[in-house]
Each structure stands twice: as C-alpha cells, then as structure tokens.
Design a protein around this ligand. Structure first.
Ligand code: IMP
Length: 431
C-alpha cells in the first residue's frame, strides 16, 4: 500500500482535520510530518469537538496508530497536556498506538521566549507568529544545535544539554533583547519529568513506516499549515519555518517518493490567513464578516491555536494553481462550501493584474505580490442551505458549477466537498 498525503493548499486552516479524520478511518498509521503546536485541528464527531495541536487527528479513530514524525518540533508541555485531555475523554494515547520519532526536535521555554522577544522587536514588521517557539526551534535544528527527542533516552545528557541550551538562550535574551533570563535548573527539572513520561513513545519513525508499507498497510501523512506558509514556496518571510508542502512529507517522515500514492490538496471554497503578509483577494468590512463569521460558532474563522480573527477573502485560483504545481496534487478537496450559500455573486480570482499586465502565475517575490490586483470572474451563487446535502447531484446547479470551475481552472479533480463541520457532512464524488 502507499503513503497518501493531505496537504494544505492555501495558508493553513483549510479544514484538513475532517478529511484527515475521514481517511484515517481506512488508514493503519496517521503521521504528522512537520510544524508543531502552531497547528490547530478542530474535529467534530457526533457533536463532540476535539481541538488538537500536535497529536495526529487519527487518534480519534479507535485502531489507528499515530506518529509524530522527525520533521515535527515538539513542545513536550503541550503534548502532555493534549495527551491528558484526550485520555480524560476516554481516548487511548498509550505507547502501543501513539509514537514519537526519536529524531524529532524539542521546543523549550528558551525557544518560546526568543520567539516572543524577536516578534516584539520587529514592531510593525512582525510576522504574526503563533509565539510557540517554532522559528527558533527550527533555527537551532538547521544550525545543528537543536535538542532531539532521543535525549529522553539519556537523562544525564538531557540535563547537560538543557543547561547549555538555556544559558545560550539567556545570553541572547538578556544582551540583545533586554528580556528576563530563564532558570536553567528549573527547565532541566521540567524536561527530566517530560522525558520520563514520553520516552516509552520513542521509535525510529522511518523504520516503523517502512515496515508498515512493506506489509501492505496504509499510511496517511497529515498536513499542518499550508503551501503558502512553506519556507521556500510560500509568502516569504511571512511563512512558518518548515516545509508543509509534499516535499516536506518525505523529509519529515523519512519515506522515499516511490512509496507515494495520493497527494490530496485541501482548499477552502474561499481564502483565509492569520498573521501578516500580502493577501491579494482580502476583503474588509461586512463582506469579510460574512465569510469569517462572528466567532460564536467553533468553525468560524478564528485561529484554533491563537483565537485571532482570520483575514478572509475570495477564492484565489492563481494561488491554487501554484499549490497544484508545487505539490503535484492528484486530487483536491474543497471545504466549507456551505459558507458561500446565500451570497448572490461569487467573485473568483483567475489571474493577477501587475502594473497593467495580466499574469496567470503566483510571483515568488512578495513585493510584486503586494502590488498584484485580483482579476475576478464572477460566478452566480445559490440560496439553498446545502449543509444536509450528501450527493453531488443534490447540490444546487450553481454550487456544482462553482466546484467544476475550480476543477477546470486547476486541471485537477475535486474528489470531496465539505458542507459543514461534521464528519458526515462530506460529499464524496464517485470518479
Ligand atoms: P509560526 O509558525 O508560529 O512561526 O508562525 C509563522 C506564520 O505561520 C504566522 O503567520 C502564523 O500565523 C502562521 N501559521 C503557523 N501555523 C499555522 C497554522 O496551523 N494555520 C494557519 N497559520 C499558521
């Protein structure tokens, strides 16, 4: 069997959790390959709402094995809190089914303090990070000074490394940012405790997945963030510090490209982003509130991790074509189509106008992107409530046209359409 991937096609928050949950029902292993607790997945099952940041959504399924891959950066405090909350709700998070790659990196209070200090010092140019220490943890990884989860196997070495690490961070915090230093001994004691509790979960993630794939079992790679937050292919520097794109799956799990099956891109029926950076199709005022919601429903456009209102706008097909190319999507899932019900006219961006010239391609330079104006094609909307629809043919004709338009413009089949937050509110197209 193959490694199937679920990848965010926009700026994250595409509603990947529910499609992951649906496909996890048929998967033997669900694995996270990148990011950290900056991610937030909301899954609704039978009226129960689960908000997950680090543990793969497959944990909601009774028999699925879940893996945090080597490409992830783990805040052990968040992870243990999440494990406890799930266990209290009767879910099994034991070491036989919840595993952590030994070579995943750890996030410490030093990374978090540095993320906060750096963002504060950027002032108006702040990236709008989630302040979870993600950037500093990946910086340590690439500068070869990171702390890997495998240190949980060696408590003494862990204590030494934490002391060294916190002292190094304190130098920067106090001397460059004028921030308070951290107590290295207290952090080392915390990490000794985390280590004891998480050590039984450690595995060689690549070996685990290889054995499963050789054994004809299915592995699902669960995306976090999205293509436009990719360090290389997103709106740099307003990106995260890891590759959420398809290439990142292979790196972040230790699996070769010959094992890949489906590459499933997930896109919302409109656009949203949190944090700073150019956003050509962004809407303001009432039109934005119409797409965002007011925050009274859990699926309104407010960050799962930060609670921040998301910036919203019309669907951008220039972006989506870029995402199809970068990731090699074999299919698309369109989420939240129900949110568009009742909007009479639906503008969809098909190209950009840059200095009077039409461009079909997403620019790599955000200074150019910031000057791009969307060229819209306006489609007719529909009035009907579609949240109860379960078959493509039962969608209003204009809703079907909207989906067909996306498919034609991206040259990619749309295989699933979500019409609400519930697990059952997913239309699966027969192909
Ligand atoms: P960081 O990943 O916390 O460093 O944040 C960098 C940028 O990525 C910020 O604009 C964040 O808002 C954004 N970001 C990170 N994770 C997510 C996510 O899961 N969904 C949406 N945006 C995210």
């Amino acid at each position: 069997m193959a490694l199937d991937m679920i990848i965010g096609a926009q700026w994250g928050d595409e509603g990947k959790g529910s499609i992951t949950d649906m496909l996890a029902a048929q998967a033997d292993i669900v694995a996270r390959y990148g990011g950290g607790d900056n991610a937030g997945h909301t899954i609704t099952v039978g009226g129960e709402i689960y908000k997950l940041h680090l543990i793969p959504s497959g944990i909601i399924q009774p028999n699925t094995v879940c893996l945090i891959g080597n490409g992830v950066v783990i805040n052990p405090a968040t992870l243990l809190r999440e494990m406890k909350a799930l266990a209290e709700r009767g879910l099994d998070v034991g070491a036989h089914r919840f595993k952590i790659s030994r070579n995943a990196h750890l996030i410490t209070p030093g990374h978090i303090a540095l993320d906060k200090a750096k963002e504060a010092s950027r002032g108006e140019d702040a990236i709008g990070t989630t302040l979870r220490g993600i950037g500093p943890a990946y910086t340590d990884k690439t500068s070869r000074t990171g702390l890997r989860a495998e240190l949980f196997d060696a408590p003494e070495e862990l204590a030494d490394k934490i002391h060294e690490h916190i002292h190094a961070k304190n130098e920067i915090l106090t001397k460059i940012y004028g921030a308070e230093p951290l107590d290295a001994t207290a952090v080392a004691a915390q990490f000794a405790d985390y280590g004891q509790r998480l050590q039984p979960h450690l595995v060689d993630g690549s070996l685990l997945l290889d054995a499963a794939l050789r054994d004809d079992r299915t592995v699902l790679a669960e995306g976090a963030q999205g293509t436009f937050l990719d360090l290389d292919h997103g709106t740099y520097p307003f990106v995260t510090s890891s590759p959420p794109t398809a290439g990142g799956v292979l790196l972040g799990l230790g699996v070769g490209p010959n094992k890949v099956g489906r590459v499933i891109g997930v896109a919302k029926a409109f656009s949203s982003r949190v944090g700073s950076g150019p956003f050509p199709c962004e809407l303001e005022g009432e039109a934005a509130v119409r797409l965002r919601g007011t925050g009274d429903k859990p699926w309104d456009e407010f960050g799962t991790t930060t609670g921040r209102p998301r910036r919203v706008g019309w669907l951008d097909l220039v972006m989506l074509r870029h995402a199809v190319r970068i990731n090699g999507f074999t299919e698309l899932v369109i989420t939240k189509l129900d949110i568009l019900s009742g909007i009479a006219k639906l503008p969809v961006c098909v190209a950009y106008d840059w200095q009077g010239k039409r461009s079909e391609h997403y620019p790599t330079d955000i200074r150019v992107l910031a000057q791009c104006k969307p060229i819209y094609e306006v489609l007719d909307g529909w009035d009907e409530d579609i949240m109860g629809v379960r078959k493509l043919d039962d969608l209003p004709a204009n809703a079907r046209r909207y989906v067909a338009f996306i498919s034609a413009q991206t040259d990619t089949a749309v295989t699933h359409i979500s019409v609400g937050p519930g697990r059952e509110q997913m239309i699966t197209r027969s192909q």
